[in-house]
Write a protein that binds this ligand. Structure first.
Ligand SMILES: NC(=O)c1ccc[n+]([C@@H]2O[C@H](COP(=O)([O-])OP(=O)(O)OC[C@H]3O[C@@H](n4cnc5c(N)ncnc54)[C@H](OP(=O)(O)O)[C@@H]3O)[C@@H](O)[C@H]2O)c1
Length: 284
């Protein structure tokens, strides 16, 4: 994987990780604050269009975030962000929509070089774990994640989802029910992940699951690729092209603010923002 041409516009990150020299040169410092005691430190990664949308949800086979980003720099950075995490979180909707060229999806836990060696030999982290959330338990059993020897897969679900999944059709995956009820509660999921030893969690779910974490105040920071294309709305009657935030709604007094940790440009088409949840700015 070739390093992209990135321009550092601003980088106020913690300087925690000994990035490979080539990455350090183009990205600058990189690190995270320590996690809270009862849950992982949670970051999320989205690519969005200029009009704030994250999926061509009405176009089967073209609904993945890669159609929004259309950027090798985005892929390179996504691998760098993954390399530093203990686990990735996906919703089953993303798993089903991102079926990949052969229909068996992506091996989200497997890193390209140099990140694979760096993670193992420099950071000395165990292989990435992947957590999939589903209410229904409807997850394609031929997904390549379940054939992976490297990636530990967890499925967090409801009791009824677990009944469907326990038929043993998803080899290697462990099913977990963090709470009672029809859906996984974000706080229960985060607490369970921490008990599992996950100190840093990267949410790569789509809007439905991500917006629940965000609404529960569990998203500490965001990696946000802005692709300078305008995708507009889906035709009437087709599934809407969502923003990251689902049905969340705030008032001027309650709208969450973020501060900019870093801004990188891959000119002329992409900006890479890193944001951290913050107090609202004082008026004036
Ligand atoms: N632009 C980007 O960077 C980016 C990033 C990620 C995803 N996407 C795109 O977003 C689209 C998918 O959107 P989405 O909102 O459907 O994705 P999602 O949030 O990843 O998946 C939604 C599914 O997750 C499960 N789920 C959600 N909340 C749950 C809860 N509380 N408890 C248990 N399970 C829960 C449900 O699965 P069941 O239906 O199985 O119950 C639900 O249908 C895809 O097109 C994907 O490519 C884009």
């Amino acid at each position: 994987m070739q390093p992209p041409r990135l321009q550092v516009c601003w980088n106020d990150s913690e300087d925690e990780f000994p990035l490979p020299a080539v990455a350090r040169d183009i990205y600058g410092p990189f690190g995270f604050p320590p996690p809270p005691p009862d849950r992982p430190y949670i970051a999320a990664n989205f690519a969005q269009s200029l009009d704030g949308r994250v999926a061509f949800a009405d176009l089967p086979g073209q609904a993945g975030g890669d159609r929004i980003a259309q950027s090798e720099a985005d892929q390179w950075l996504a691998a760098m962000f993954r390399a530093h995490q203990d686990a990735l979180l996906l919703g089953a909707g993303t798993l089903r929509a991102e079926s990949g060229p052969d229909g068996r999806g992506y091996e989200y836990g497997q890193l390209p070089e140099p990140w694979r060696s760096y993670r193992r030999e420099v950071l000395k982290l165990a292989p990435l774990q992947v957590i999939i959330a589903t209410r229904t338990g409807v997850i394609p059993s031929d997904h390549r994640l379940f054939a992976s020897r490297e990636t530990k897969v967890w499925i967090a679900t409801s009791a009824s989802g677990a009944r469907r999944l326990r038929s043993g059709t998803h080899p290697g995956a462990e099913v977990f029910v963090p709470n009672s009820g029809d859906a996984v509660e974000p706080k229960a999921l985060a607490a369970w992940a921490r008990q599992l030893g996950v100190r840093r969690l990267l949410c790569e779910a789509g809007p439905e699951l991500y917006s629940q974490l965000f609404g529960a105040g569990l998203v500490d920071e965001e990696f946000r690729t802005i692709a300078m294309q305008v995708i507009g709305q889906a035709p009437s009657g087709a599934p809407a092209r969502p923003t990251a935030y689902g049905a969340l709604s705030f008032l001027p007094e309650t709208a969450p603010w973020h501060r900019i940790i870093s801004l990188h440009a891959a000119r002329p088409y992409h900006l890479f923002l890193r944001l951290r949840r913050a107090e609202r700015p004082r008026a004036g």
